[in-house]
Ligand binder design. Structure first.
Ligand code: GDP
Length: 442
């Protein structure tokens, strides 16, 4: 997975800082020099790395860190926020689907970047969301490309429009008419790729855009090409006008430099990341989640979403069973919290755990900041501790707090809440009537 070595290096820099207690300017400078080296080794664009370090240093030298009780944690917090900002900010960039169909998406990119595969990945995703996408074969130079689109289109379950002997812009025009006639609300144009960026390719994309009202021009780039991919994005952005980037093969990219540089170099957001060859291997690119992956805090939300896509019912059943058997542990708690957060309210959790309404202080964990803490704390525990939190001694509490960027009080509070929940479960099992109708699983 991407960012492995960057994660390792950053974590050793922060470990050194943690060991120091109060930080001097020299400590911060030294740490930032190491972070900069780590970024450059991850193939982050030179200027991007330089600006990043300047921003983080400026903030880290400020009062919020120097006067803080836990300076190292403040530095990690700043790096986390700046990494998120570097990749596009808190909100993931989405594709805007127009209320008046069809929304036209033009996919472009160099040969081999993964364009055709990602046309089908997007189509599959849109189908799941209840849309009716139409894939369009606009690559007239390689018959094999048209055949490939037909194959992956069929795998995704989306129709493919093709037209022999016509120019790409004519194919696009006819496809849009076809979509209107057949109720396809999204049209995905798979355009020709070349071995390198050339004028002819740009002119062709320009003609398509003049012929049909393209809503979204997405550039597909290969993460494994590192800074070359970023340069491709820059040239495309300058001549074609882009709305966003799909960064493919992130699964094979151990460095992650392109993910960290694209936004800053091109000004365009990464909207999706390709993480494998299968059609389901597509993730919405969430800068904040990526940042927490890089900092080794895990990306629980994306994992949970994946689990929900594939095994939602099974998982819910499993949780219910574990509850019945009094085996509910902190892993389950983590799952429940992530789901709750996704659903956006305590009501959802309470309705899954009948009897708990009004008995546990849900407001406290319902604030998203608290969620982030809880997730981080549980992530910092060992598997054995998550299964049996009572084994956590004061020394481990301190380590867990340090590892999760929280305070020992936060860890204690969470453990108390968990204990409270476990007690409720036991009572509920003994005396279901006391907690109202139904009991579990109904
Ligand atoms: P195109 O020439 O840009 O249309 O590229 P293709 O869609 O034909 O993809 C080129 C190769 O990259 C194929 O072998 C794909 O299976 C592979 N590929 C595409 N996306 C990904 C990805 O996200 N991860 C991995 N590991 N392979 C990918």
């Amino acid at each position: 997975m991407a960012f492995e070595s960057l994660s390792d290096k950053l974590s050793s820099v922060f470990k050194k800082l943690r060991g120091k207690g109060k930080l001097t300017e020299q400590d911060i400078k030294e740490a930032m020099r190491e972070v900069r080296m780590a970024l450059l080794e991850a193939d982050v664009n030179y200027k991007v790395a330089k600006d990043f370090i300047a921003d983080v240093t400026q903030r880290a030298m400020g009062q919020e860190v120097m006067e803080s009780l836990t300076p190292a944690q403040q530095v990690i917090k700043i790096v986390n926020e700046e990494l998120t900002r570097l990749m596009g900010g808190d909100e993931a960039a989405r594709i805007h689907i127009k209320s008046k169909p069809p929304t036209i998406i033009m996919m472009c990119g160099l040969q081999g970047a993964g364009k055709t595969t990602h046309c089908a990945k997007l189509a599959k995703r849109f189908l799941k969301e209840g849309h009716r996408p139409l894939l369009v074969a606009c690559d007239i130079y390689r018959p094999a490309a048209v055949d490939q689109l037909c194959v992956v289109g069929a795998q995704a379950g989306a129709p493919v429009f093709k037209l022999d002997g016509a120019k790409p812009e004519e194919i696009a025009r006819r496809a849009v008419m076809h979509a209107k006639d057949h109720g396809n609300d999204i049209v995905i144009l798979d355009t020709a790729g070349r071995l390198h960026v050339d004028e002819e390719l740009m002119a062709e994309l320009g003609r398509i855009k003049q012929t049909v009202p393209v809503d979204e021009t997405l550039l597909v780039i290969d993460a494994m090409a590192g800074q070359d991919a970023v340069n491709v994005a820059k040239s495309f952005g300058e001549s074609t006008g882009l709305d966003g980037v799909i960064l493919t093969k992130l699964d094979g990219d151990t460095r992650g430099g392109s993910a960290l540089s694209v936004r800053a170099v091109t000004g365009k957001p990464i909207k999706f990341a390709g993480v494998g060859e299968k059609l389901d291997d597509l993730e919405v690119f969430h800068p904040a989640r990526m940042a927490s992956r890089i900092l080794g805090m895990g990306d629980v939300l994306t994992l949970i979403e994946k689990a929900q896509d594939t095994a939602d019912a099974k998982k819910a059943e499993e949780t219910a069973r574990r509850l019945m058997e009094n085996k509910f542990d902190m892993n389950d708690m983590l799952d429940q919290l992530a789901q709750l957060k996704k659903m956006g309210g305590a009501g959802a959790l309470v309705s899954m755990l009948p009897g708990l309404a009004g008995k546990v202080d849900m407001d406290e964990i319902n604030e998203s900041k608290a969620f982030v803490h809880i997730e981080a704390i549980i992530q910092s525990m060992t598997p054995a501790e998550r299964e049996k939190p009572s084994i956590i001694d004061p020394k481990r509490k301190r380590r867990i707090a340090a590892g999760s960027g929280t305070k020992v009080e936060d860890v204690n509070r969470l453990l108390r809440q968990f204990e409270q929940m476990s007690k409720m479960m036991k009572q509920l099992k003994k005396n279901p009537k006391k907690f109202g109708r139904g009991g579990f699983g109904r």
